[in-house]
Write a protein that binds this ligand. Structure first.
Ligand SMILES: NC(=O)c1ccc[n+]([C@@H]2O[C@H](COP(=O)([O-])OP(=O)(O)OC[C@H]3O[C@@H](n4cnc5c(N)ncnc54)[C@H](O)[C@@H]3O)[C@@H](O)[C@H]2O)c1
Length: 716
């Protein structure tokens, strides 16, 4: 053994070829500080052995290296620029040391080689992947750019255009795609990987392969004719800006870095990367996106833990084959859990199955599935008009019409048919889980399982714990949601649960602006373009449906009369009473139609303005800051109340609920990250300015105390 540490071992193989194996104690290899220091020491040991002729990098895990240890990022990035620069220079010295070894080097890549893992393989002369490999530089998704030489080496290996695509999209690349652009030299079967890498090194030692020339190319400026270089960077900038938009600066920064460094050798090029990396690492956007990544890990970790207590769900049933029931059946079946879909009407079953078939056909058309897989998924959905096939289900999801009496009856009915230990969950969006539990003989087996529409697209599932729900019930529903490919968060019961409880105060803020003559289209524009929501409030209400919105608003008003009670008609009422239900009937705030190419189209509808003018008088312009403040303050305070009341367990879960359930702008990280970024004291001062608007604008005592102590919701 030439070198050994808890994460890396180096041994000498035949023919004086050294093998460096990344083999950390956990399930994967990561580039944390310890591994980086270990790699440095391992390379020093290798350099001291005069007999070594070549080096192969391998992994003792199923994957090569999944990337940097992102849990270290926020603490690290909070340091002074000088500390950060010294860290990044030291790290880069290790990769340079690897690249400068006086003999040929190769990487044998299996599974993930992402971020720092990808930058490691770029520092070797040759790269052989097996068919399981996934290679890429995902840093821009975290609001930063590659910092271990990725922006310098990748363009010199695969060309600027390809490198810009890899870096700005941050996507994992399949081995065959990596081979096509020259990121790897060969793709082999997993069992042939190490031998193939070693053979390549032997060929290099025997000078059949020119490893020095390859290395030289990575040290030199990019070889692009001037005009071509200019064109590719100009094109890339236009395209990247169009996709990433102004709120996500990292992809654009990556293009600039590659461009500026194009004429430089390795050392100067790396300096350019370091400077840009440090600047991005300090942005609020990086903090928010890294925060989301960590929150996602936390939520997934909780779900994994729940899996241990969960009942094994081998088969499921959904009651109701409507928009939601059909979506739930599709999702369960396509992720491998067979499901019975029961309705009272045959046309509803036909429609539910038809929708599933449509989604599957689209996947086949896009090459993401095959007709055989499609048939298998459809076979996993058993339509039923009676309860007989439901009796074998381990979990039943109730998704019938949103009516307390109908639901109570259906829940009592189904309980008679299923086994003693079957779990029953309701997909209600507004009705109290504790209330529905009253109709059950065994309320401990019951909880909420709130999906979002469209089920196949929306990542969140709220699992609602009623006062009698057992831990096993909650754990099983969490595990089932995870198995369906969703991100579950557990919340406690209250009107609107978590997501709708914080959404309706936002709509109330919107209604308040309209009641004073605000222009809904102008408000949407500010909330979309400036704040960053995927849809402004008027558009969102049209998508949700004004009938659904109207009903849910009444539930919220009844649940929280002090803050959400209404004194008169608002814009939602006006639309609803005029049968403008939104997208579902082609007219809401906007008018919906189909353009000449068959694409759905949304237009501002003068009739909406006339109706609003008749109800609220002449239009009045509000500036963007006021629009944002008056809509967001109620949502933010209600989110804080949910945390204070224990409806949601942590800021991390609340923020994930907002991002995954409502599309809260990821670059802002969620309500709690947004509060920490703007400063709780600044928010309290802003809310106090609008306190006269009512209960939804009153900050809580705990918020005021936190503001006074200069506190924050997250630790980093
Ligand atoms: N649509 C949404 O955006 C959304 C989002 C989240 C949750 N939800 C909730 O999901 C539930 C279903 O909503 P939807 O939009 O799918 O409604 P929907 O009207 O599209 O479908 C309801 C289905 O239930 C069937 N049904 C009625 N009584 C039944 C019974 N006794 N047994 C079996 N089936 C019965 C109906 O025939 C219909 O097919 C509601 O509780 C709703 O609040 C809806």
């Amino acid at each position: 053994m030439i070198y050994q540490s808890p994460t890396i071992q180096v041994e000498l193989l035949e023919d004086n070829i050294a093998k460096l194996c990344f083999n950390a104690p956990g399930s994967v290899n990561k580039f944390d500080r310890e591994t980086l220091a270990s790699l440095d020491a391992a390379l020093d040991s290798i350099k001291q052995q005069s007999n070594i002729q070549a080096l192969v990098l391998t992994s003792g895990k199923d994957t090569f290296i999944v990337g940097a240890d992102i849990t270290e990022f926020l603490g690290l990035f909070a340091q002074d620029d000088a500390v950060l620069l010294s860290w990044i220079e030291q790290a880069n010295a290790v990769f340079n040391k690897l690249e400068d070894l006086p003999f040929p080097t190769a990487s044998a890549i299996k599974g993930f080689a992402l971020g720092g893992g990808c930058e490691t393989i770029l520092a070797t002369d040759f790269r052989i992947a097996d068919t399981t490999a996934k290679i890429g530089l995902p840093e821009t998704k975290l609001g930063i750019i590659p910092g271990f030489g990725g922006t310098v080496r990748l363009p010199r290996v695969i060309g600027a255009d390809n490198a810009l695509e890899w870096i700005t999209t941050g996507k994992d690349q399949r081995p065959e795609d990596a081979l096509k652009v020259g990121a790897v030299d060969a793709v082999v079967a997993p069992e042939a990987l190490e031998a193939a890498a070693i053979q390549m090194l032997k060929d290099a030692v025997a000078e059949k392969l020119d490893w020095q020339a390859r290395r030289q190319r990575k040290m030199s400026p990019l070889t692009l004719p001037k005009l071509e270089a200019m064109m590719s960077f100009t094109t890339a900038k236009g395209m990247v800006f169009a996709v990433a938009g102004k709120h996500y600066p990292a992809p654009m920064a990556a293009v600039s870095v590659v461009e500026q460094a194009a004429t430089k050798g390795r050392s100067d090029a790396l300096q350019i990367e370091h400077q840009a990396f440090i600047k991005l690492a300090k942005t609020d956007v990086a903090k928010a996106l890294i925060g989301i990544f960590l929150n996602d890990q936390l939520v997934k970790g909780k779900a994994k833990k729940a899996g241990k207590l969960a009942k094994d769900v081998k088969s499921a049933a959904v009651l109701g084959a409507g928009i939601m029931g059909g979506g739930i059946a599709y999702q369960s079946a396509s992720k491998g859990t067979p499901i019975v879909m029961k309705d009272i009407a045959q046309p509803a079953l036909d429609l539910g199955l038809g929708e599933a078939a449509k989604l599957l056909s689209a996947q086949v058309a896009r090459g993401r599935s095959t007709p055989e897989k499609m048939a298998k998924v459809l076979n996993n959905i058993t339509p039923a008009l009676d309860y007989a096939p439901v009796k074998h289900a381990d979990v039943v999801v109730e998704a019938v019409v949103e009516h307390p009496k109908v639901k109570a009856q259906v829940l009592a009915e189904v309980e008679q048919y299923v086994s003693e230990d079957a779990i029953i969950a309701s997909n209600t969006s507004t009705i109290s889980i504790n209330l529905l539990a009253k109709s059950m003989k065994k309320p401990e087996r019951f909880c909420g399982m709130h999906f979002f529409n469209p089920v196949h697209k929306m990542p969140l599932v709220e699992v609602i714990r009623g006062e009698h729900s057992s831990e096993e019930t909650i754990a099983s529903v969490v595990a089932y949601a995870s198995k369906m490919g969703k991100t579950p968060i557990v919340v406690n019961d209250c009107p609107g649960f978590f997501v709708n409880r914080v959404l309706f105060p936002y709509f109330a803020g919107f209604n308040g602006l309209l009641a004073e003559g605000g222009d809904f289209a102008a408000i949407d524009k500010v909330m979309e373009k400036q704040f960053g929501w995927p849809m402004g409030p008027a558009y969102l209400l049209d998508v949700v449906g004004l009938d659904t919105g109207h009903h849910a608003q009444a539930v919220m008003a009844e649940g929280f009369p002090d803050r959400m009670g209404k004194s008169g008609n608002d814009a939602i009422d006006v639309m609803f009473e005029n049968k403008r239900l939104g997208q579902k009937n082609g007219k809401g705030f906007y008018a919906y139609s189909v353009d000449s190419r068959g694409k759905p189209k949304k237009d501002v509808d003068p009739t909406s303005y006339e109706l609003l003018k008749a109800a609220f008088g002449e239009q009045k312009a509000f500036d963007a800051d006021e629009i944002i403040a008056r809509t967001m303050i109620p949502m933010i305070i209600e989110t804080v109340r949910c945390l204070e009341e224990g409806i949601v367990a942590s800021p991390a879960e609340a923020d994930m609920g907002l991002v995954y359930g409502l599309g809260f702008p990821p670059f802002r990280g969620g309500v709690f990250r947004y509060l920490d970024t703007m400063g709780v004291a600044n928010f309290v001062a802003l809310a106090d300015k609008y306190a006269h608007l009512g209960g939804l604008y009153q900050v809580t005592d705990a918020m005021r105390a936190l503001a006074a102590n200069n506190g924050s919701y997250y630790q980093a």
